[in-house]
Design a protein around this ligand. Structure first.
Ligand SMILES: Cc1ncc(COP(=O)(O)O)c(C=O)c1O
Length: 458
């Protein structure tokens, strides 16, 4: 099996070093067994996240030099507006420093205390930005998404029956909008189908409900629609994207993923009220409405990256590189979430480490063990990420207890994928020697970023 051929050549490289075993052992203890707390210089292959870790193209780097750093009315703001109109089809946008800045503006405007926000699986920062103004996020993704073995091709789909049940239980007044993520991150990078989006729009029209997308990974989702959904085989990605967005009333967007940049975000909409209200608040929290926390040069890089990230040849390579890593692991019977997602391969920690109980954090344990074995950094996406129940204060143990091997875009070669796969396969063979963790420090918000652990002896 060959890895996918890269549709680019490499013009600049960055040295990475392999820390020896002693250094790895010390580093993970110092980091409290939390891979977020490792120093990047102690990491060989960094698969913590695909967020802000892309390699920009020469065209994007050249764009940085054309940054217009005027406080107001930067030309790059208008370039980005053109790109958003062309690629996503929204007329208006509000720039933000990154995705959670857009979530803050959008959700603090739309969510009122006591309201419910149905969503096709939570995302960490999105859930918190719904909870801070007093709302509650409720999961309405199809059941298949909670089963790592289920090979359904559109596991990101919304279950309309679950949405109907919420309306029946709480009444329409409690639900203002439906929140829909593309290529659902916490489900394993799983796409939503165009048919599901179309049906959801019709459903929401009947109830006069708004639909707000988390369009962060919409280009990778569009690739899957083209690859898997009948009727879209030959449709250009941009047309698919515009059709997807046409079923929404607006979106939040973290540019740090599909737009191939290291920083940036925005919200975009065709809804005059959403636009005017969020544009008014951006000046309080982010910056003037024509830069929103980004430098002019950042907006230029986003404008160029948004277009590049929607090119078919690039997306094909991108998704196939993730698939390459997943297939190497799958062939060796390492338990992974199937089908293989768009931005990451997710290991099923409950199957990898069946001897470790949920309250000893199997996914967190596995991230630390992978690092100790190989200096590959991954991320926990399970109970530590999910946090505690807002009302009872108890830990929530989601069905999915996963480790995410997230592939930065255009950064690593297929040999890096092979090294990663071989290291994890070696670890899998001696999985019984791995012992669980005890949480010894827990911050109040988004605990997975900063919590600390100690090893429990076997
Ligand atoms: C689905 C999703 N939404 C929102 C965000 C938040 O974006 P940012 O990290 O740019 O604040 C992320 C980041 O990982 C994400 O994956």
């Amino acid at each position: 099996m060959n890895g996918p051929v890269e549709p680019f050549k490499i013009k600049m490289v960055e040295r990475v070093g392999m820390p020896d075993e002693q250094r790895r052992n010390n580093a993970i203890i110092e980091a409290g067994y939390n891979t977020f707390l490792l120093k990047s210089e102690d990491v060989f292959i960094d698969l913590l996240t695909d967020s802000g870790t892309s390699a920009m193209s020469d065209y994007q780097w050249a764009g940085l030099m054309t940054g217009d750093e005027a406080y107001a009315g930067s030309r790059n703001f208008y370039h980005l507006r053109e790109a958003i109109r062309d690629v996503l089809g929204y007329t208006s946008y509000v720039p933000c420093h990154q995705g959670r800045g857009a979530e803050h503006l959008m959700y603090s405007y739309l969510v009122k205390p006591g309201q419910i926000v149905p969503r096709n699986m939570y995302f960490t920062t999105s859930k918190l930005h719904v909870e801070l103004p007093g709302g509650r996020m409720v999961d309405i993704i199809i059941d298949e998404a909670h089963d790592p073995e289920n090979e359904y091709l559109f596991k990101g789909n919304v279950d309309l029956k679950k949405l109907q049940a919420l309306i029946d239980e709480f009444g329409l007044g409690k639900i203002v909008f439906v929140n829909v993520e593309m290529n659902v991150n916490m489900a394993g990078g799983q796409p939503i189908s165009m048919q599901n989006l179309r049906e959801l729009r019709k459903f929401c029209n009947d109830y006069k409900l708004k639909i707000i997308f988390d369009a962060t990974r919409s280009s990778e989702n569009a690739f899957f629609i083209r690859d898997r959904e009948k009727g879209y085989e030959n449709v250009p990605i941009i047309e698919i994207l515009r059709e997807m967005m046409s079923y929404s009333d607006g979106c939040i967007y973290s540019c740090k993923k599909d737009a191939l940049v290291n920083i940036g975000g925005f919200l975009a909409t065709n809804d005059k009220e959403i636009f005017e209200n969020t544009r008014n608040m951006v000046v309080v929290y982010e910056g003037l409405h024509t830069y929103g926390g980004m430098a002019g040069r950042d907006m230029e890089a986003v404008a160029r990256g948004l277009r590049e990230g929607a090119q078919y040849e690039y997306l094909k390579y991108r998704v196939n590189q993730v698939r390459y890593l997943g297939e190497l692991l799958n062939k060796a019977d390492v338990p992974i979430v199937k089908p293989i997602g768009g931005h990451a391969v997710f290991l099923n920690a409950l199957k990898f480490l069946p001897h470790i109980s949920r309250n000893q954090w199997p996914a967190q344990t596995l991230t630390a063990a992978i690092y100790e074995e190989s200096a590959v950094r991954s991320m926990e996406r399970g109970a530590v990420s999910k946090g505690r129940d807002k009302e009872t204060g108890q830990n929530i143990y989601p069905a999915l207890e996963l480790v995410r091997l997230t592939i930065p875009r255009r950064v690593y070669t297929n040999t890096h994928m092979e090294y990663t796969a071989n290291s994890i396969i070696n670890l899998f063979k001696k999985k019984d020697t791995i012992s669980g963790l005890k949480m010894v420090y827990e911050p109040k918000y988004l605990r997975f970023f900063q919590s600390r652990f100690e090893k429990i002896s076997l």
